[in-house]
Design a protein around this ligand. Structure first.
Ligand SMILES: [Fe+2]
Ligand SMILES: [Fe+2]
Length: 488
């Protein structure tokens, strides 16, 4: 499958999902003769016709927490997270798994298209929404569209029965769960930040539930989470960063044996550690070039704001107060040489010390608008080691270094075979310099595709020499690669 084809499909898929979400909302507030609604239907028709060129119908399927458009997986990007989450829940609430839409809609009357979206909305109020919907589509002769009622054969993919599930399928399923939790949680943080910045009451029930789920998943497969925490996005930096800090902190917390409940609290601290950034003007947060003194001062107030805003969240007082101090402390430094200069006790709290490590690691390995190339994970680690005992708790930093290893997950590798790979998991052998890597191969027009997965500790059975060795370790951004999309 060429990359151009995939790009085109993704673009159409995303636009179509957006158009459908907007139609489900517009039909709630407009009568059939409304111009905005007419334009939205027109846009929908055009998108369907363009994306269905050459095929009789187009398919949208929800499977394992992912959307498939024309049987191609649509990738999760922060820019589409909200739409995906919204539509996913919308579809799940109606007990359906997607749609088949006839690709020629020109002759379908406008009112029959609007009617479908009205019925979709109404279906939720029925006991058995999917059956009700199917009957209504038939009754009203809406044969331009059908709903997918089962996740099985109609999706064009055969699901294995439980005893047929191979290890590979299990891994794919786990990856889908990880992606789903990541995307839901990203949406939850964005929602809280959005409400807080517009002075609306914001609760954290959803975040708590999602963090609990994440703790369970991390217990099952830590490398997958460290893999997805390599997601780097410029325009949504703060939210992606907050989520990454939460994940890295929870993984570190797990390493030092924290209990499940404690990990949940730590995760929430990570999620909200930079909440105070909603008070800092975007021009300053994303400023290219040096900040002046005033701007620096302003940025440094964000951890105080985080604590203040957490206190304002709608939640049990006890829960709020327990996650308040670590965000306030995350820039203070182990030796208290950072900011703000307020006392939270003679020692920075354990969570505060963990957040400091996770925060710096994610920040310096993230390319930013004003700094397109970032430190490679291994360089970041040695940079941080130079501040062991000053900015970082030396013992925790050692545990962290052990956790991410000499070749941290997400590091881009140049191999002596001329191949390129991304570190996927720590080594199976005892040699930390020989991790398991996902090879990537060059596709068309400087894009990359997944190759095979290789174990760098593998030796040639005849010569006894290693099959592959690392020549160079780099940051994925040096090749404009998003590590997370190759790992999870
Ligand atoms: Fe911060
Ligand atoms: Fe941060």
């Amino acid at each position: 499958m060429s990359n151009d084809y995939y790009k085109k499909i993704s673009l159409f898929g995303e636009s179509l999902l957006k158009a459908m979400v907007s139609l489900t909302q517009l039909v709630k507030i407009h009568m059939d003769n409304n111009d905005v609604l007419k334009d939205a239907v027109q846009n929908f028709i055009q998108l369907v016709e363009k994306s269905g060129q050459g095929t009789a119908d187009i398919s949208i399927h929800l499977m394992w927490g992912l959307f498939y458009f024309q049987e191609e997986k649509l990738h999760l990007r922060p820019a589409n997270t909200r739409i995906f989450n919204h539509l996913m829940q919308f579809i799940e609430n109606r007990g359906i798994y997607g749609f088949h839409i006839q690709s020629r809609l020109k002759d379908v009357p406008f009112r029959k298209i609007v009617m479908f979206f009205r019925l979709l909305n109404q279906a939720k109020n029925n006991e058995d929404p999917s059956t009700w919907l199917t009957i209504k589509l038939e009754e009203n002769n809406l044969n331009w569209v059908s709903v997918v009622l089962s996740p099985l054969s109609q999706a064009g993919v055969t699901f294995p029965t439980s005893d047929e599930i191979s290890r590979r399928d299990e891994l794919e399923m786990k990856k889908a769960q990880v992606r789903k939790s990541y995307s839901y949680l990203l949406g939850a943080v964005q929602e809280v930040a959005g409400k807080v910045s517009s002075n609306q009451p914001a609760g954290m029930r959803k975040s708590v539930r999602l963090v609990q789920k994440m703790v369970d998943l991390i217990a099952e497969d830590e490398p997958l989470f460290l893999g997805i925490s390599t997601l780097r996005i410029f325009d949504d930096y703060t939210f992606v960063h907050s989520l990454n800090v939460a994940i890295i902190s929870m993984c570190l917390g797990k390493r030092i044996g924290l209990s499940r409940n404690t990990l949940e609290r730590l995760g929430l601290c990570g999620l909200f550690h930079d909440l105070g950034k909603v008070e800092i003007p975007k021009q300053i947060l994303n400023k290219q070039g040096m900040l002046n003194e005033e701007e620096h001062k302003l940025i440094k107030t964000h951890s105080m704001h985080s604590a203040r805003l957490i206190l304002k969240l709608k939640s049990k007082r006890e829960r709020r107060t327990r996650i308040l101090v670590p965000p306030l402390e995350h820039h203070m430094g182990y030796d208290h040489s950072g900011y703000p200069k307020v006392s939270t006790g003679s020692r920075i709290s354990l969570f505060g010390r963990i957040l400091t490590i996770a925060d710096v690691y994610d920040a310096i390995t993230s390319p930013r608008i004003y700094r397109p190339s970032a430190m490679s994970p291994d360089k970041a680690l040695s940079h941080m080691t130079s501040q062991s005992g000053t900015h970082f708790d030396p013992i925790l930093l050692k545990v962290f270094a052990n956790m991410v290893g000499v070749c941290p997950i997400g590091t881009l590798l140049k191999l002596d075979t001329g191949e390129t790979g991304i570190v996927m998991k720590p080594s199976k052998s005892d040699d930390p310099k020989r991790p398991i890597a996902q090879l990537i191969i060059q596709g068309a027009k400087q894009t990359y595709e997944k190759g095979v997965i290789v174990d760098l500790s593998e030796k040639d059975s005849e010569t006894g020499a290693y099959r592959r060795s690392i020549l160079e370790r780099m940051h994925p951004s040096s090749m404009r690669i998003q590590a997370a999309s190759f790992l999870v």
